[in-house]
Design a protein around this ligand. Structure first.
Ligand code: TXA
Ligand code: MG
Length: 316
């Protein structure tokens, strides 16, 4: 299959209109989309990614009014979350309407909805004329794509169209908030932080080890580079640990002796920079055949909670 690489929203959306799948940019990571109302098209996403059928997709919208069409009810707290954070890097889980095919939600009676803040993403969805079901545009299990090059690395010749745009502004997938219970719960931490959400409802929580897994995606190994990921704290590494095929990402200003031993490194300017570069650094390291990546741990506050969530999953 030939992959059309284009910056034309019209061309890209014409593929969605003929039941095909299209990779497209968003502010979090690139997505791999299909018409959410079209079972056959959505099936192609699962097939291309090698995604287990029990892992539901996020439905992307360009207009808040679509939420009413896709869902049965919008509880008060959900309304406030949507008012404050849509469009943006957050996904809400609500009770779904019949109109949404089971394949999108893996048979759950709930649906994940997100309205991206990326203008290209919204313009694309609007031009498609339908909600766009889309997981991250990576092969199942590999790090999420933050540039169109990453998408090509995984899907060149395997999908008909890639809409190119800028590198992802945030570099981590959206915060997923389950709004179907009496109090919303964060299922996946992201750029919209627990602290920000608690300003809407103080009771909102994030359970690192929930008793029953509500977000099926959480049980799969994720985001993982081929290299081993080792988490190190501020004072937790010795120079002798840095063997030949080693890389480092974090905040330390490394001395020359350490730098000489590293195959690759990324010194981040802050937490946002860390988040933005993490997946892309993992991919670079894999491309260079690096065996071990040392990642500096960060405090689990603000966006640090999301960074540690991704790091923990990769280092398992
Ligand atoms: O930033 C993002 O969210 C990106 C961009 C493309 O929008 N998308 C993304 O999709 O990260 P994906 O498929 O890689 O992750 C979706 C997560 C999975 O953990 C999935 O299990 C969960 O959302 N999810 C989807 N529908 C759900 C539902 N009805 N109930 C609970 N969890 C759900
Ligand atoms: Mg994903």
């Amino acid at each position: 299959m030939k992959t059309l690489v284009t910056n034309s929203i019209n061309k890209a959306s014409s593929y969605i209109k003929k039941d095909e799948i299209v990779a497209f940019p968003t502010e979090t990571v690139y997505g791999l989309g299909a018409n959410a109302y079209d079972e056959k098209a959505v099936k192609k996403i699962f097939k291309a990614k090698g995604r287990p059928a029990d892992n539901p997709l996020i439905v992307h919208i360009a207009n808040k009014k679509d939420i009413e069409v896709l869902t049965q009810e919008i509880p008060d707290t959900a309304k406030r979350i949507i008012k404050k954070f849509f469009p943006g890097p957050i996904t809400v889980i609500l009770k779904k309407n019949e109109i949404v095919p089971d394949i999108v939600t893996s048979g759950l009676d709930t649906i994940a909805i997100r309205m991206p803040s990326s203008k290209i993403a919204r313009e694309f969805i609007k031009t498609c004329g339908v909600p766009v079901a889309a997981p991250s545009a990576n092969l199942s299990g590999s790090p999420s794509p933050t540039s169109f090059i990453h998408v090509l690395d995984d899907f060149k010749g395997k999908i008909p169209c890639l809409l190119i745009g800028p590198n992802a502004k945030y570099g981590l997938e959206s915060t997923v908030v389950d709004c179907t219970g009496s109090v919303p719960v964060i299922l996946r931490p992201g750029v919209v932080t627990l602290e920000q959400l608690r300003k809407i409802d103080r009771r909102i929580n994030y359970l690192r080890k929930p008793k029953n897994i509500k977000s099926p995606g959480q049980k799969y190994r994720h985001y993982a580079p081929k290299a081993k990921v080792r988490l190190i704290s501020d004072f937790g590494f010795r120079i002798s640990d840095f063997k030949s095929s080693t890389a480092y990402i974090g905040f330390h200003k490394l001395n020359n002796e350490v730098l000489e031993r590293l195959r690759d490194f990324k010194i981040c300017k802050g937490l946002n920079d860390y988040a933005k570069n993490l997946f892309s650094f993992f991919r670079d390291c894999d491309a260079r055949g690096i065996k071990v990546i040392y990642c500096q741990k960060v405090p689990q506050k603000g966006i640090g909670l999301a960074i540690m969530n991704r790091l923990r999953k990769t280092s398992k």
